[in-house]
Design a protein around this ligand. Structure first.
Ligand code: FCB
Length: 447
């Protein structure tokens, strides 16, 4: 039971990095321990109607206490790398104060990863903003960008070059648009202009943090992680649908990537929705556009778009394979996305920092047979290899996720893990998909 890759596959090379990914709020729990302060996600979970079943992050996978076993589990999978994130509320529970207990937790974690020979990929911000900063406007307040740079400075001083790779942000699209524009994520605000303003401040924060990160960790790689869903017109022969799909990519893809690489925001937004344009101070775009050592790309699905009365609308195609999130399984769009971006931009080397699917997994007789996920990984890895064959420089691939965890507004209902978590007992069980990775990586090691 393993993946089937051809002899010539790039994945057989030992320098191609395979990893698994998680994020602090989704796995750690212990949200009132060792001096951690409230985050926007604690507040959001406590707000009735925001998260499925009223679930919250108070226990999650109890990783804060079980971290050692969890790292051993990662080692058992045989992966080269582990992508994790740092809970800012553990590090700076009050304005201007550093909490050594929080810092020490991550220092222990990174030390153990290195001792196991697993490369640490650290994301500094995976959505858990301290609530005291949200109380002052969160990402709508320009000050938050400077606060983030301070936090990034403290964290990279503490971990330095023990970390292989640092990403400033995970998916600023989600923080900005799901959080401040559509209201599906913390802090739950809804205004188009706010979404774009928050996005600008997140990107500014990235640019402000980078020089400090490079200074504190000169040997590490520094970059950012963006999520992309390429958009396809529902009816390719209908010009309005084609334009709507293009607009969906302007706001979802290019609004985030273009300023980083080219130092400009897409004019299409200004032309079509002038009221959404955020306040940008002179010099901001130069701060945002700095060389990065890598771009992390998260891919799950594509969008199918038609022109609606109020802009692009999502179309749900019938007769296509879907995951437990209802997301279409479309590996071809993954290859297409990567080759398209590679043509359009001068990109640094790419890591796929997340890819995976939710399944209605069941633990039966001590086993979880997640065949759909095994097939999903096979087809999406094939899609990555196809992009590489077309010249995309891709250095690694991370499965989302190491284990089932708190899936944001969906709570614990949606299972994305390679490892099944029985939340009542906190027992971890390798799913069949985990065994696929394990046996492929073992074969690769043995040559
Ligand atoms: C991504 C997030 C990650 C996880 C997956 C399913 O948008 O980065 O935390 O929730 O989706």
């Amino acid at each position: 039971m393993s993946f089937a890759f051809p002899e010539s596959s790039p994945f057989r090379r030992s320098d191609f990095i395979f990893g698994v990914a998680t994020a602090s709020f989704q796995i750690e729990g212990a949200n009132q321990e060792d001096g951690r302060c409230e985050s926007i996600w604690d507040r959001f979970c406590a707000t009735p109607g925001k998260v499925a079943n009223g679930d919250d992050g108070s226990v999650a996978c109890d990783h804060y206490h079980r971290w050692e076993q969890d790292l051993e589990l990662i080692a058992e999978l045989g992966v080269d790398a582990y992508r994790l994130s740092i809970a800012w509320p553990r590090i700076m529970p009050q304005e201007g104060q550093v909490n050594q207990k929080g810092v020490a937790f991550y220092q222990r974690l990174i030390a153990k990863l290195n001792s196991l020979g697993i490369k640490p990929f650290v994301t500094l911000y995976h959505w858990d903003l301290p609530q005291y900063l949200e109380d002052r406007g969160g990402w709508l307040n320009r000050e938050t960008a400077y606060k983030f740079a301070e936090f990034a400075d403290i964290m990279t001083q503490a971990l330095g070059d023990d970390v292989y790779s640092y990403a400033t942000f995970n998916e600023p699209f989600c923080s900005a648009f799901l959080g401040y524009r559509f209201g599906d994520h913390a802090p739950g605000l809804k205004d188009d202009k706010w979404g774009f303003q928050a996005a600008h401040h997140l990107l500014l924060a990235h640019g402000l943090a980078l020089p400090k990160m490079r200074e504190n960790a000169p040997k590490a790689q520094h970059g950012i992680v963006l999520n992309f869903a390429p958009a396809y017109p529902a009816d390719p022969s209908n010009q309005a649908d084609v334009e709507a799909a293009d607009f969906d990519e302007q706001q979802g893809i290019h609004w985030f990537l273009q300023p980083l690489v080219e130092g400009t925001y897409p004019e299409a937004i200004r032309q079509q929705q002038p009221l959404w344009w955020p306040t940008i101070l002179p010099g901001d775009l130069a701060i945002i556009q700095q060389p990065i050592d890598f771009l992390g790309i998260n891919y799950y699905t594509r969008h199918v778009i038609k022109a609606g009365d109020h802009g692009p609308e999502h179309v749900r195609l019938a007769g296509v394979e879907r995951t437990d999130m209802g997301w279409e399984v479309c590996p071809e769009a993954f290859t297409h996305l990567l080759t398209k971006l590679n043509q359009r931009y001068q990109l640094p080397p790419i890591y796929i920092t997340e890819n995976g699917m939710a399944g209605a997994d069941k633990l039966e007789n001590g086993q979880v047979i997640d065949q759909q996920r095994c097939d999903y990984y096979q087809s999406h890895l094939d899609a990555v290899a196809a992009a590489m064959a077309e010249g995309v420089e891709l250095k690694g691939y991370f499965a989302w996720s190491l284990m089932d965890n708190f899936e944001w507004a969906f709570g614990y209902d949606k299972r994305f893990g390679l490892v099944y978590v029985d939340y009542a007992s906190q027992q971890r069980v390798l799913k069949q998909s985990a065994k696929y990775f394990q046996s492929f990586l073992k074969q690769r090691k043995e040559g």
